[in-house]
Design a protein around this ligand. Structure first.
Ligand SMILES: [Zn+2]
Length: 227
């Protein structure tokens, strides 16, 4: 794990302190992350803020941003009829303005809520790490001796991958649809959109690591000058 990754892992506990070993202790908090993220695009900004600081408003803003992308995707791929798309467009428009969708029928609203739920699922999977609970993210299973040393079998739960992907069945349950409906209608959209969130995270991570560590270097420099 590089320095940036370690710093960001620590940011998850919100109140962190970097001991530089130079007698000065620069502190970084959730506010520092927000400041360091300034200048990134909307998607990466809210994703990193929701992920690394657990900020709820940022998470809701991320949902709205992804919902807009979902609408564009559905339109480009012509996945819905014109009427259904118009309803989704109105629903998203109201979500952005934080008002109840008033211009659509109850049936259309219900359909839109399932798309919204798909967006929540995407955001969940991007923000939560889904570390394997059995091996605690190490990927190690049972220990066995190898000569004088020992080795580990891969964890039986995650197969050594360290992460547990939610099953299609649990995804379908989350959306409140049947498994075949998930597989046919929603899973392809999930697969199309998830890589976008992964790219947003990479962008934000790169930006954060540059910003945070230039600030650390700056603080160390300041402390050294003060000595
Ligand atoms: Zn495991």
């Amino acid at each position: 794990m590089d320095r940036a990754a370690m710093a960001l892992a620590k940011l998850k506990v919100k109140n962190i302190r970097f001991d530089t070993g130079l007698g000065c202790k620069p502190k970084f908090t959730a506010e520092d992350v927000a400041a360091a993220l300034a200048g990134t695009e909307t998607g990466p900004y809210y994703l990193a803020l929701a992920k690394y600081t657990g900020d709820l408003p940022a998470r809701l803003a991320l949902e709205t941003t992804v919902m807009c992308y979902l609408g564009d995707h559905i339109k480009n791929k012509k996945l819905l009829s014109d009427g259904e798309y118009a309803a989704l467009h109105h629903y998203t428009h109201c979500l952005v303005r934080n008002v109840e969708p008033y211009r659509i029928t109850d049936i259309d609203r219900q359909k839109c809520k399932v798309w919204h739920q798909l967006v929540r699922l995407l955001v969940d999977h991007a923000v939560i790490d889904h570390r394997c609970p059995k091996c605690n993210g190490t990927g190690n299973g049972k220990r066995y001796p190898v000569g004088r040393d020992f080795a580990y079998k891969p964890c039986t739960r995650c197969g050594g991958s360290t992460r547990v992907r939610p099953s299609n069945r649990s995804n379908a349950r989350f959306l409140g649809v049947t498994h075949p409906t998930w597989a046919e209608k929603y899973e392809p959209v999930y697969r199309d959109l998830y890589p976008m969130l992964a790219i947003w995270e990479q962008h934000a991570f790169k930006h954060l690591s540059q910003q945070l560590f230039s600030r650390i270097d700056h603080q160390i420099g300041e402390a050294l000058r003060a000595c």
